[in-house]
Design a binder for this molecule. Structure first.
Ligand code: GDP
Length: 464
């Protein structure tokens, strides 16, 4: 059996992410020439002819009108040795939440960089967040080489800078591939215009990537990345299985709504499956779960060991952004697996020397400033499922954001779970004080998702 991997496509807006994925899928025969021709005609009519490949991935009307990826898009493709699930993340700074969500589900990141523009703010931000969220391997597609005449001299500086950036962030192994997404150079076919490039094509690199896997022992944990509703199929939850396995017919608990769903079918990498396991990204069709019962950031587990909401948790973290002085009461957003929840800093318990990791002691623990590392205690202000790193690293790692900035990152080391937990009666448990009514957001989500109702499990329009 081929190994299965999930890659997330990252990079600054307009650097060519959607075009690259669209063109790659076209070259792999996943998009019929007449379909592409239709995109070409329609996009030209909208005055956006240069987006014909991007339209393969950007399917919503709004995305196409704005020429912008607005949420996660998905596609599946096979290479010689791999089944690959591709997550195309939005590059615009307003959609970083989606980008982080996509990243937590990935084995590796494909960072697209415009070779003329070079490193831009979201190039750096995405690479940094990918590293913080546990991605260890990044492939760089140095794109739009056609615009600089395929000249190695013109891209040498950018290639050097991007390597330095990524090494500085802690990525040990970095592949940089010069490509033209538009002309289809070095994606699946070795470029004739770039005979000076002796490295691998993008397909060759992807075909060699190793899945991160995940712990198979322990019961199911599947953070929800996206929810779609399909007439006749019902509610479909997309996400990466972070632990355990899921089988057709399983009864699963959706937390925090605490409703029981039955797994009607599972699809992954474009194929139906009877079961899927840790490390795989899947779509799960659930009986008995409505569209409003489940949202991004929720977690699926089994009835006898459901995911636990936490009332309090401790983390080891570093403050990496400029936020002035941070004290108890500070309230950033935590981004952990696919969740983004406001939290309140309860106490700074210990400061560490950032260089040696040595404890500095409690006396100086009254505040934190940029560059400080500390053990701190948080309280979630909305329902949150987070695990300690000892239990499940993938659901312990987090980034802290305030406004549009990433200001901290770390890993959870201890949790105190809420007393009243998942209650199979389908009623929110009485003793738990969080408000989890998602009416406002859920209603908005529903409206947005309505447009997706006529799509298949990976978001492609269903032909009736
Ligand atoms: P995204 O925002 O990163 O997804 O970027 P898009 O895929 O939407 O592309 C933005 C623009 O860059 C579009 O007009 C594309 O046609 C153009 N573009 C993408 N790749 C290339 C390339 O290799 N060469 C040239 N010349 N233009 C490209």
């Amino acid at each position: 059996m081929k190994k299965r991997i999930t890659i997330v496509v990252l990079g600054h807006v307009d650097h060519g992410k959607s075009t690259l994925v669209g063109r790659f899928l076209f070259e792999k025969g996943k998009v019929a020439p007449d379909e592409l021709e239709r995109f070409a005609v329609q996009s030209a009519q909208m005055g956006k002819a240069s987006f014909k490949y991007a339209w393969v991935m950007d399917r919503s009307d709004e995305s196409r009108r704005r020429g912008l990826t607005l949420d996660l898009n998905f596609a599946d493709v096979e290479t010689r040795n791999r089944e690959i699930h591709i997550i195309d993340a939005p590059g615009h700074k307003d959609f970083v939440r989606s980008m982080i969500t996509g990243t937590t589900g990935a084995d590796a990141a494909l960072l697209v960089v415009d070779s003329q523009e070079g490193i831009m703010p979201q190039t750096t931000e995405h690479a940094q967040l990918a590293k913080l969220m546990g991605v260890e391997y990044v492939v760089v597609a140095l794109n739009k080489i056609d615009k600089v005449g395929y000249d190695p001299g013109a891209i040498g500086k950018t290639a050097g800078e991007i390597r330095t950036l990524l090494k500085g962030l802690g990525f040990e192994h970095v592949d940089v591939i010069p490509v033209s997404a538009w002309d289809g150079q070095n994606l699946t076919i070795r470029s004739e215009q770039m005979s000076w490039y002796k490295g691998r094509t993008l397909e060759e690199v992807l075909d060699d990537l190793e899945p991160k896997g995940g712990p198979k022992e322990g019961t199911l944990r599947m953070p929800v990345m996206q929810v779609i509703q399909i007439g006749g199929v019902g509610t479909i939850v997309l996400g990466r299985i972070e632990r355990g396995e899921i089988r057709e017919g399983d009864e699963v608990m959706v937390v925090p709504v605490n409703k029981i769903g039955i797994v009607k079918s599972i699809e992954a990498y474009g194929k139906p499956l009877k079961k899927a396991e840790a490390g795989e990204t899947v779509g799960v069709a659930l009986r008995n779960i409505g569209r409003l019962d489940v949202a991004r950031g929720d977690v699926l587990g089994l009835l006898d060991d459901p995911p636990q909401l936490v009332e309090e948790f401790k983390v080891k973290m570093a403050l990496i952004g400029d936020v002035g002085i941070v004290k108890a009461g500070w309230s950033p957003y935590i981004h952990c697996h696919t969740a983004a929840v406001p939290v309140k800093l309860e106490a700074i318990e210990m400061k560490y020397r950032p260089d040696s990791g040595e404890a500095e002691g409690e006396a100086e623990a009254g505040f934190l400033a940029k560059g400080d590392a500390a053990l701190v205690r948080f309280k979630p202000l909305k329902p949150l499922i987070i695990e300690s790193g000892e239990v499940l690293p993938a659901m312990a790692r987090f980034a802290l954001r305030a406004g549009k900035e990433t200001i901290g990152a770390g890993s959870c080391v201890w949790v105190r779970t809420a007393e009243k937990q998942a209650n199979p009666s389908a009623q929110p448990s009485q003793g738990f004080s969080f408000k989890w009514q998602k009416t406002g957001k859920a209603a908005r989500d529903q409206k947005r998702k309505k447009a997706e109702e006529n799509r298949d499990i990976w978001g492609k329009p269903i032909r009736k």
